[in-house]
Write a protein that binds this ligand. Sequence first.
Ligand code: HEM
Length: 443
Amino acid sequence: MTGSLRGRLGLPYLGETLAIVNRPYDFARRRYERYGAASQTRFMGKRAALLLGKEAQELVLTTDPLTFPARPGYEFFIPILGESLLLQDGPVHSAQRRAVAPALHSRNYPAYLDRMNAAIDRVLATWGARGQRRFHRDALEIAFRMACSLVVGLEVGDDFGTLSRNWITLLHGLPTPFRLNIPGTTWGRALAARQRVDRLLLQIIATRRQQPDEDMLSLLVAERTADGRPLSDVDILAHTRMLLFAAYDTTSGVMSWILAELLRHPDALRRVEDELVNAAPLTFEALRTTPYTDAAIKETLRLHPVGPVLTRGVLHDVEFAGTIIPAGWVVLLIPPFTGRMPEYFARPDTFDPERFLPPREEDKAHRYAYVGFGAGAHTCLGANIAPFEVKVMLARLLRRFDLDLVPGQNLQPRYLPAARPASGTRIRYRQKASFSGRGNGAL
Ligand code: HEM
């Protein structure tokens, strides 16, 4: 017996969008208690099925992408990001993904490591010997500097300044529901910024075609499609925008969350320090064999996934949990809820990296309950490089400073414009007496 989905739809166009993106866990918990794994709502102007639990995540993320295509779910990105991987499905997506993947392969990390170090040190150099900071601001700058350096090879200078200013203005457009191109409005400014970003990126693409560098853009320029053709400027531009976008808010969010979690769990901090601080020198090889820190990053993403909602379209009717999800709707997955379900994770609200290590390996016992980097056709292409960036950041920070959390701050999640602790992770820091301050050599 299959029935229709139950649940209220909310306001006429907006539906329950604000409740879903601002308080995804609370919203999903109420729905789960009342309706179980499947219910209906309205999201960004579309009828939506809210699907909860590991079976839902497996069904939606791993079924043939032509049943649950990504494009209808993420159409609202198109004016900001253009046509890139998250907006593509089927054979076009597979071909473009094959072309982008080599730029993110781990064989490139040794070359990327120096650029990561430089991006972090540039930010840490502004801190002085002791003080207090809202770390999330630094995390945003570190992540942006890393992304610019790794993706397009910009670290300093006028072009870096232009890209940085316009990129921030462009991203401010993303959450605004008022999308009329009127100069001076958030949306109008975002569209103007996109034109300036595109002009600059096209210039850099032209330069890299003549003179390759050690950045991802140069690898995209060198890439050939299955029939031997180079990627077009339009494709490279879209992928470059997508890589900059994917590497910014996500990585900075994880950096802020993991620092907050480690500083309030001293035992976990000590074990991360054993791998990243006490094991010198900090080489590419040393950073690859850090099982506890890798588990701590997963645990951070289980508790605080950077994307609170993953969404897809529905191309034909699908049956799930005794109901029919109609064609033409979108489906919504809420990883912050499913990742905390006690059916899958012991003491689910506790930060406990050991759950990802043998013998427990709770994620393996319940596949698809944890989807920190997604799953299936659109699995994050940065799933290896992003943890590597987080480890480089932690290593350089913890080798240089003693840190603690400013007491009494609000570490509840905030999702707009970017996922982060509400307080922005306020820290006190003091430079270690052992830090010689001679740049990379000291680390
Ligand atoms: C800790 C940081 C990061 C997290 C948590 C994260 C998470 C995710 C998730 C969950 C998805 C899948 C979205 C969906 O299925 O709807 C995704 C897609 C993607 N991510 Fe990441 N990401 C991170 C960092 C990065 C970085 C650093 C890059 C590249 C430099 C990157 C590149 C991508 C790309 C290209 C896609 C789209 C793949 C496709 O559609 O085929 N991500 N990411």
